[in-house]
Design a protein around this ligand. Structure first.
Ligand code: IMP
Length: 470
């Protein structure tokens, strides 16, 4: 497909040569058709690296959920790009990047991201399409997010706060369901309609938030709809060229036989329906969300790649059954740089939770796994992975629905010999120490999904395809 980005030059610093692990495409997307990449834990599994490794075979890269609560890091040469709303395919000059209707878009956030990319020589023009049906994150959503967290903290204490990213994601999705207080991206192109919507919503938000702020002894400045209208119209002028019916675009593309890659944000255990509710984000983060969130028919995706970090990290509130806090955890946090891409918060660390990963892989219908973070485990004498949950003395056969139960489960661990040597310089799966390969085999065996690649670091050449008999 011919694609001429209309802003800036399409060459990128650090982009040549684009080294790929040999055979990555064949191993990761054996169908050669549409695929998706989703995280199978609590986010921060390293999905961006996987997407980046295969985007140049896709015509479209599509986000279908979440907002700028997500943070995808992609490393090209010595440059690191942190993307929040814009699909990772933006770093591939020939892909069209789609922000689907299921995403919530903060206009200020996305413009800052576009400016950041352009200033580093990345073309952002006709290669970025934003759904007119996507909902707009407005300033009051961020205020509401913060006040709701404070209220939760005050009434129920630290353990019960969700620990949101503060980006207004939950309140924006809540308004989508509420309808009368919502604004969609397409509305930014209709100044009169937009003003009426803002005036209506502000009249409700100002009353609600003033009362909540007073209850919490927090300052509150009412929102001025006309001022907000002016700001949004300025942002709309810049975003207008990107806005379109992305569902129609994708359906047409698929009819023409174009390949689409769907890029999941956040991760399975943060799914609003299937995650560790209420300690979740507000969208369907699994492959189950693709059809509604991108406006494409069921059966549109052939290869579902689940990304599994070889240990667990979690940021924000909520249970993580295998969490531990000692010198080893500090070591893994440091070596794995486990600090939030979006908020900088230190992440909680746990052993690999295979009970959770198997549940997530089944929900997503994973056809393949990619293991990340293996190199972080180098130097440990023993590696552990949870293969059983017990609650009140009983072995659980399914992942518990209740966060309360998850706080209380006692994981049963399998132990594996560690590997002393650093593996980040390995360039073929076969070069990994036997102990590392054994751990990878165990993941595939327990989850009942083949591991198709292992990442020994964040760089492109550090993704090692696993041979079919691996
Ligand atoms: P929210 O999405 O900002 O409402 O946050 C809800 C919960 O999801 C919090 O615990 C966040 O820390 C977590 N969360 C949301 N997005 C991500 C992500 O991309 N990575 C890790 N955690 C996330």
């Amino acid at each position: 497909m011919s694609m001429v980005p209309d802003v800036a030059d399409s060459s990128r610093p650090g982009d040549a040569p684009r080294e790929r692990g040999a055979g990555a495409w064949e191993r990761l997307v054996p169908s050669g058709r549409n695929a998706c990449v989703v995280g199978l834990q609590f986010g921060d599994e390293g999905k961006g690296q996987i997407v980046d490794a295969i985007t140049d075979r896709f015509d479209y890269v599509t986000r279908f959920n979440g907002g700028n609560n997500a943070g995808h890091s992609v490393r090209i040469g010595d440059q690191k790009f942190a993307l929040h709303l814009i699909p990772s395919g933006i770093l591939n000059p020939s892909a069209i990047n789609v922000i689907g209707n299921g995403v919530v878009v903060d206009p200020e956030g996305i413009l800052a991201e576009i400016d950041g990319l352009v200033s580093r020589g990345v073309a952002v023009g006709e290669n970025l399409k934003i759904s007119t049906r996507a909902h707009v994150v407005l300033p009051w959503h961020k205020t509401q997010d913060r006040l709701m967290e404070l209220a939760l903290h005050k009434s129920r204490g630290e353990q019960d706060t969700i620990g949101t990213t503060g980006r207004g994601i939950g309140p924006c999705y809540a308004d989508k369901a509420q309808r009368s207080t919502a604004v969609r991206m397409g509305d930014l192109l209709h100044p009169d309609l937009l003003l009426r919507q803002l005036q209506g919503a502000a009249s409700v938000k100002n009353v609600m938030l003033a009362a909540l702020a007073a209850h919490l002894d927090e300052p509150f400045e009412p929102f001025e709809p006309r001022q907000l209208h002016e700001t949004l119209l300025g942002q709309a002028r810049r975003l207008a060229p990107h806005l379109c019916d992305t569902s129609a675009l994708l359906r047409q593309a698929m009819r023409e036989g174009r390949r689409v890659l769907f890029e999941g944000a956040n991760a399975a255990l943060l799914d609003v329906d299937h995650g560790t509710f209420p300690f979740v984000t507000s969208s369907n983060t699994t492959a189950l969300g693709i059809h509604a969130g991108a406006g494409v028919p069921g059966g549109s995706v052939s290869d579902v790649l689940g990304v599994v970090k070889c240990y667990t990290s979690r940021v924000g509130g909520g249970p993580s059954a295998t969490q531990f806090d000692d010198e080893t955890a500090n070591h893994l946090r440091k070596v794995g740089n486990e600090f939030g891409t979006t908020t900088g918060r230190p992440r909680r660390i746990g052993w690999l939770d295979l009970m959770a990963v198997r549940y997530a892989a089944q929900l997503n219908g994973c056809t393949g796994l990619v293991c990340t973070g293996l190199a972080v485990l180098s130097g440990l004498k023993t590696i552990r992975a949870a293969t059983e949950y017990r609650l009140a003395g009983k072995v659980l056969t399914e992942f518990p629905y209740s966060a309360d139960d998850l706080w209380r489960v006692e994981p049963g661990y399998a132990e594996f010999p560690g590997f002393e040597e650093s593996i980040s310089d390995c360039r073929r799966y076969e070069d990994l120490p036997e102990a590392a390969r054994r751990f990878v085999r165990e993941i595939a065996r327990f989850v009942e999904v083949p591991v198709r690649a292992v990442c020994v670091g964040p760089a492109r050449e550090q993704m090692l395809p696993v041979p079919a008999a691996g």
